[in-house]
Design a protein around this ligand. Structure first.
Ligand SMILES: *[C@@H]1O[C@H](CO)[C@@H](O)[C@H](O)[C@H]1NC(C)=O
Ligand SMILES: *[C@@H]1O[C@H](CO)[C@@H](O)[C@H](O)[C@H]1NC(C)=O
Ligand SMILES: *[C@@H]1O[C@H](CO)[C@@H](O)[C@H](O)[C@H]1NC(C)=O
Ligand SMILES: *[C@@H]1O[C@H](CO)[C@@H](O)[C@H](O)[C@H]1NC(C)=O
Ligand SMILES: *[C@@H]1O[C@H](CO)[C@@H](O)[C@H](O)[C@H]1NC(C)=O
Length: 226
């Protein structure tokens, strides 16, 4: 039994390293945010080169002594030559992709890989109450998740931009819409009673009564013609 356990443990380790060993860590950053690439190496660095999608972005070697910055990273990348940390400011979508470093420490070459994704953060969320009195949540940003909180709502069920419908029964409730993505979040609350005082709802009630009146006329016509 112990042998079987050992065997399955070895197989598990092989599968685990195949799945995760070679894949670089992903770092999610907000547009205009700061990216910090930390190689976490030990020892005195003699030579270091960072690349973005295969193109040199910053390099340093002990002999030359100066740090050289390249392309669109000029002026917004800082290299700490002691730790190998590279810090980039004011990130844009174009900065997404693969970052890798070659670091020479005591004539040993160490390779570092990171995957970076830049996301627009969540803009201020807004709740509106359109004609059908069903709350609607709206925000801008990349890969947004919407969730609703409030009396009687099951979080797992209240996902998406469409929120609860407001009626006489829940008009005293306060609802919250939370919008998030991997880099930020925003939330907004709404007093259900505001749905009835908003212009939209009055417009809706007028429309509804017009329809009802017209229906009434149709019925009267049918009765009189028969
Ligand atoms: C380099 O990154 C490591 C890990 O995040 C951090 O502990 C260290 O303070 C950083 N060094 C510098 C000089 O920024
Ligand atoms: C950040 O980058 C954008 C272009 O992506 C530029 O328009 C803006 O001026 C930059 N901001 C700063 C503070 O450098
Ligand atoms: C209510 O109306 C909005 C548009 O005005 C629509 O997006 C939404 O799906 C409607 N909800 C229901 C429950 O009918
Ligand atoms: C939003 O937040 C929830 C809960 O913290 C999380 O499970 C979900 O992955 C987040 N959505 C995104 C797009 O990151
Ligand atoms: C929302 O963002 C704050 C930081 O701005 C963070 O502390 C919090 O955990 C985030 N909440 C969710 C649900 O993602």
């Amino acid at each position: 039994m112990t042998e079987r356990f050992l065997k399955s443990k070895i197989i598990f380790c092989i599968i685990f390293s195949l799945l995760y060993g070679a894949s670089p860590k992903t770092i999610n950053v907000a547009t205009h945010g700061i990216l910090s690439l930390n190689p976490l190496v030990e020892g005195e660095i003699e030579d270091i080169l960072w690349r973005h999608n295969g193109n040199k972005i910053v390099e340093w070697d002990k002999k030359a002594g100066n740090v050289r910055e390249y392309l669109k990273f000029k002026g917004r990348i800082k290299l700490d030559v002691k730790t190998g940390n590279a810090t980039i400011i004011n990130l844009s979508k174009d900065d997404s992709g693969f970052y890798d470093a070659d670091i020479l420490i005591q004539r040993r070459l160490i390779s570092i890989k990171h995957r970076v994704e830049v996301f627009d953060p969540v803009s201020k969320a807004k709740i509106s109450c359109p004609n059908n009195a069903t709350l609607h949540c709206e925000a801008e940003g990349d890969s947004l998740d919407y969730s609703w909180f409030g009396p009687g709502l099951q979080t797992a069920e209240m996902r998406g931009q469409t929120g609860p419908q407001i009626s006489k029964e829940n008009q005293d409730s306060v609802y919250t819409c939370v919008v998030n993505n991997t880099v930020s979040n925003s939330s907004v609350t709404y007093h259900a009673s505001d749905c009835f005082t908003s212009g939209d709802y009055f417009h809706f009630m007028i429309q509804l009564s017009t329809i009802l009146l017209r229906k009434h006329d149709d019925v009267a016509e049918i009765i009189s013609s028969s």
